[in-house]
Design a protein around this ligand. Structure first.
Ligand SMILES: Nc1ncnc2c1ncn2[C@@H]1O[C@H](COP(=O)(O)OP(=O)(O)OP(=O)(O)O)[C@@H](O)[C@H]1O
Length: 369
């Protein structure tokens, strides 16, 4: 779909002082789509509130892009409904084509027209307005992303980050009710990515655009999203604030997404998961069930020998702020990984005491497959 084919909302006026997106509420209700035998999206439901930024996060092939395409109208759902405010975009009642959805799109490769100037690229989405008004509005959109001075230049003369901002200006210029971004920063090198991401977030906050951003990078999702929708195998496994997903992940796989974990097997006895490292509340697990204590590396405390469990340092890697330590612990098959501030005098082969901080332990049922 062309990013630039969006109509300008009724009542839009070039003389308005603060051009901004008209934030809409997006409602996705039990949406399903299969490509032949492949169920790409399997009954996804969520609501994005006006002005909210939701990141769809998941591994490659989990259905993030397909969900975005369904919202954009590039795909039709097999069942379920998609609404923007009270308007049904897709469902048994009918189907609104992409160009009539009042949705802005930003792609990974920006999709700018090379033969048009940056201003013309942004104005292209405003071609239902008269030329003079469209130019005023496009300049305003470029100014919003800090690139007005490059209005007359061509996209190839800009850096990747600047091109991304032109694409953002183009998507926002028609004041879409909702902005969809598919891996918008993945084409940028790491150094540039951080700054472009921050600038983009500032723009989205400023215009208060309801935004759905697809990413496979958990850190990016945590930095950007008011809420994160974690997807797996076409389903929305969990949706919540970054803190909710980090502190209360729905299952072990969700926990693994946000943090490297030490996984220590155990068994439930009297409501506690008993492991060689200690016992922790096993809420929701049946008596006698197999469980996993997922221990975050920053929760593995290294003490003087004699404290806690007996361990021996087998590896140490300097990482700057927090170093990585690998410890062999009596009674455990796998080494424990600890992330701690550098500990003076601690060397490979030394004995240590290992103490686990209860706040950094999550207990899950053992995976059956
Ligand atoms: N046009 C298509 N025809 C057939 N199968 C498709 C098509 N598009 C996607 N799929 C399949 O649907 C599933 C979901 O794909 P989708 O691209 O939505 O995942 P994704 O999470 O966005 O992955 P990525 O991060 O790699 O883009 C995958 O199994 C994929 O192979």
């Amino acid at each position: 779909m062309s990013v630039v084919d969006h109509p300008v909302r009724e009542g839009h006026c070039a003389g308005m002082r603060t051009p901004a997106a008209l934030a809409s509420r997006l409602i996705v209700e039990d949406v399903r789509l299969a490509y032949g035998d492949v169920p790409a999206v399997r009954g996804v439901s969520f609501t994005a509130e006006p002005g909210e930024i939701i990141c769809l996060l998941g591994h490659s092939g989990c259905g993030k892009t397909t969900l975005l395409r369904l919202i954009a109208g590039i795909e039709r759902p097999d069942s379920g409904r998609i609404l923007l405010d009270e308007r049904v975009l897709a469902g048994p009642e009918g189907f609104v084509p992409p160009e009539r959805r009042n949705i802005g799109l930003v792609f990974q490769d920006y999709a700018l027209f090379p033969h048009l100037t940056n201003l013309e690229n942004v104005a292209f989405g405003l071609r239902r307005m008269n030329t003079a008004d469209a130019e005023v509005e496009a300049r305003r959109a470029l100014a919003r992303v800090g690139l007005e001075r490059y209005a007359g230049e061509y996209p190839h003369t800009l850096s990747g980050g600047e091109q991304q901002r032109v694409a953002l200006a183009r998507a926002l210029a028609p004041r879409p009710g909702i902005l969809l971004m598919d891996e918008p920063f993945s084409g940028l090198d790491r150094r540039l990515r951080d700054s472009v991401r921050t600038e983009t977030l500032n723009v989205l906050r400023e215009v208060r655009a309801t935004s759905i951003i697809v990413t496979h990078d958990p850190e990016e999702a945590m930095r950007l999203g008011d809420r994160i929708g974690l997807m797996r195998a076409g389903a929305l496994v969990q949706i919540g604030t970054p803190e909710e997903l980090y502190r209360h992940p729905a299952d072990l796989a969700a926990a693994r997404f946000f943090c490297e974990l030490n996984e220590v097997p155990g068994r439930v006895k009297a409501g506690m998961l008993e492991t060689p490292l200690g016992r922790w509340p096993a809420t929701g697990l049946a008596e006698g069930a197999a469980g996993i204590a997922a221990i975050r590396p920053q929760g593995v405390g290294l003490r003087a020998p004699g404290a806690g469990r007996r361990g021996r340092l087998v590896a140490h890697r300097f990482l700057g702020e927090l170093d990585l330590y690998e410890v062999a612990v009596d009674g455990l098959d796998d080494h424990l990984v600890a992330r701690r501030r550098p500990l003076a005098g601690l060397e490979r082969g030394h004995e240590v005491g290992v103490e686990i901080e209860a706040a950094e332990v999550l207990v899950f049922a053992a995976e059956t497959s």
